[in-house]
Ligand binder design. Structure first.
Ligand SMILES: Cc1cc2nc3c(=O)[nH]c(=O)nc-3n(C[C@H](O)[C@H](O)[C@H](O)COP(=O)(O)O)c2cc1C
Length: 386
């Protein structure tokens, strides 16, 4: 793992170790994967104009989010099925996040349950939910998260229908799963993953959906979860959740200024500018490109985060310099998990932290506020100092 000097090398190591359907499940995007590619490409829209004489001999990377200071402005975003990449993967990743001084956001679709994570993790944790056809189930998850000490609630609004992820269809990683000769071969090749997961696989499940006493299979559960999504969700649901959740509430998947303004009017505390890592609506704008308008619309009254395509500390620096309060990562965390569990996620966070720190030193920013204040970014289509 220590040969993985950047996230791309770690991705390559994960690709080697994982069965192809499981690697592709994380790596892939919807349809033509246009948005997936654009998320990463958008960071090249911006170049640095360094100010090395500003005095950045020491750098403070900490930020305050909802009254809590984090040592690192790079959070772990919600990713379903993290426990498929390493035994008790969610707990491993959450512990690595806590050690790095940042937030772990648990996905609704985690292998372990809300309660299992809370019992094994001390550190800042947020919970992500959807609006389900059965509104009572959304309420149940939020009540459980509140009781388990999760500090913020993230409502994802861009998953009301499942995106068409064609790598998963080809690989038979679908509902129901398909196991032809090619799939068996794909799994058989990944001996070290099998070995690590040997005692986990028989009890693999979606921990938050399991009903006491039920022996529903993981495929059955996945089908039930997909059927629970509600494309008819709307602002009334946001208002109801605002009433129910005592604490910071964020909407994830905000791309349009209207959504940001309406969220603000309803008392939502923060938005995550995101297109679900290009896994949902192919053709959606790159999240970094949507960020400036959302920041404008929020008028400083919403906490604005962004995710999608962050593969370098310098990418995080650009998002923060544009005005994001923090950023989140999805896939890089799963690649770290796949390679070395908790140590792998710790490695991902340390790679990104060190790159962000070096970038700040090189541009002359001694803290995250300075990244914003110093005007060190220029857009390549308007290449004048700001
Ligand atoms: C395998 C996988 C599972 C995901 N599951 C969820 C989820 O359950 N809920 C959610 O809001 N977002 C989910 N996401 C989206 C991430 O939270 C995040 O928006 C996206 O991965 C960010 O892009 P990046 O992977 O380029 O960092 C998932 C992403 C991946 C790769």
């Amino acid at each position: 793992m220590h040969d993985a000097h950047n996230i791309a090398l770690l991705r390559a190591a994960a690709k080697k170790r994982l069965p192809r359907p499981i690697f592709d499940f994380a790596d892939g995007g919807a349809e033509n994967e246009h948005t997936l590619r654009e998320n990463e490409a958008a960071f090249a829209d911006w170049s640095f104009l360094p100010r090395p004489l500003e005095g950045a001999g020491t750098r403070d990377l900490s930020v305050e989010l909802f009254g809590k200071r984090l040592r690192l402005p790079i959070l772990i975003g919600p990713t379903g099925l993290a426990g498929l990449y390493w035994p008790r993967g969610e707990i491993a990743a959450a512990r690595a996040a806590a050690a790095a001084g940042t937030v772990y956001c648990m996905s609704h679709g985690s292998v372990c349950s809300i309660e299992d994570l809370a019992a094994a993790h001390e550190g800042p944790r947020w919970m992500q939910v959807f609006i389900y056809r059965d509104r009572g189930f959304t309420r149940e998850l939020t009540t459980r998260a509140q009781a388990a000490g999760f500090q913020a609630l993230v409502l994802t609004i861009d998953n009301q229908l499942l995106g068409k992820r064609e790598r998963d269809l080809v690989n038979g990683f679908a509902i129901p799963p398909r196991f032809g000769p090619r799939q068996w071969l794909d799994y058989a090749r990944a001996a070290s993953w099998w070995w690590a997961m040997r005692s986990e696989l028989p009890r693999l499940t979606f921990g938050n959906y399991v009903r006491a006493g039920s022996s529903e299979s993981v495929a059955g559960l996945a089908g039930r979860m997909a059927a629970m999504l509600d494309p008819a969700m709307n602002w009334d649901d946001v208002a109801a959740l605002r009433e129910a959740w005592r604490g910071p509430l964020l909407l994830k998947g905000v791309m349009h200024v209207h959504e940001a303004r309406r969220a603000l009017a309803l008392g939502v505390d923060g938005v995550i500018v995101s297109n679900h890592g290009g896994r949902q609506l192919d053709g959606a704008q790159a999240s970094l490109r949507a960020l400036p308008a959302i920041l404008d619309a929020s008028g400083g009254q919403l906490t604005v985060l962004v995710d999608g395509g962050i593969r370098r500390g310098g990418d995080a620096a650009k998002a923060l310099a544009l005005g994001a309060s923090a950023v989140l990562i999805g896939r890089p965390q799963l690649w770290g998990l796949a390679v070395a569990g908790e140590a792998g996620v710790a490695h991902v966070l340390e790679l990104l932290r060190a790159e962000l720190d070096r970038t700040m030193g090189l541009v002359g920013a001694s803290d995250i506020g300075a990244l914003r204040r110093l005007g060190i970014l220029t857009n390549i289509s308007r290449p004048t100092p700001r």
